[in-house]
Design a protein around this ligand. Sequence first.
Ligand code: G3I
Length: 352
Amino acid sequence: MGRRLRRGALAAVLVVLAAAVVVALVERRGPEAKPLPGTPLRELASQAGLRIGTAVDDTALQREPGYREVLAQQFSSVTAENVMKWGALAAERGRYDFTAADRLVDFALGRGMRVRGHALVWWNQLPTWVRDGEWTRRTLRQEVRQHVRTTLEHFGERVPVWDAVNEPLDDRGRLRDDLLGRVLGDGWVEDVLRTARTYAPEAQLVLNETAADGLNAKSDGMYRLVRGLLARGVPLDGVGFQLHTNLDGVPAGFRRNLERFAALGLDVEVTEADVALRTPASERAERAQARVYAQAVRDCRAVPRCRGFTVWGFTDRHSWIPGTQPGFGEATLLDAELRAKPAFRAVQRALR
Ligand code: G3I
């Protein structure tokens, strides 16, 4: 090959590489925010006496200006999708790293949004040193209490509401047979709540549960648990209903379920709503999805103690569904390019 030819080839390779880098950088910054139709959700929600929230992905928050813009414009509440979990805060024993969590809190407070703390104690996403440690009841209780204390003292009033106990129940509505239950015994839920009250007397303490949205064995178990806690004077202010669903719809008895917990004197809220579709989703499926979202919002609004409606991510670009439920996705209000889907407009209408 002649020298000129080699130079030409080299130049072509460099051009392709440079183009690839540019494409990667653009992709990394995510799509631009486009104007969304109608009144922002947070305004509509505020008029309806409700907070509208979303889970926030830390990588997107850091890198994607369009994501940040839509987030601040549309939502009045944020939940950290991962960065406030024990495993994220204290990957190493005895060392806390609040960098990512503080990033979210600063962002939110600077834009008049409220932060829901998620989650103080959960069997999942524990630090590996906790999950794989050798514990006695005394030593693990000590670690759990210390974690609750460190976390609450760090955030203080900046995080006024916490999913203090996350997903304590199994499908039949009994306390899960996990590390916490096995080592600490059933009293661990009470202990976490009492400890949380001690170190954050003003914070709203929530028990957040999955698949206990409708009237079913699990929500019956949760009802018994909650009633028992309240009867013993355990500090608990609210119950969170996650509402991860699909085109099966809002689970039967959802509204009545909210009502029975509210009747115990508790606030209730929807904490993690999403509606998974088979992908790629048809327009018809998107319209059906919109109806599910609208129903969920209407049910929450029909219950005076339902104070908030949080979606688990607001764009299909960042949603946990495709990673954990292969073949499903497109579960959120905006598509991956931050354009409104029918579900977005349906939530607007339901808030009006
Ligand atoms: O942090 C590691 C990273 O270091 C590693 O390179 C990467 C490779 O897979 O994994 C990263 O961890 C992932 C983590 O999210 C943070 O991105 C985990 O694999 C992944 O399993 C984890 O998933 C989260 C899931 O909770 C864990 O169970 C989802 O993003 C999050 O949406 C989901 O949220 C939960 C709520 O907290 C509680 N209710 C149910 C809800 C959905 O599962």
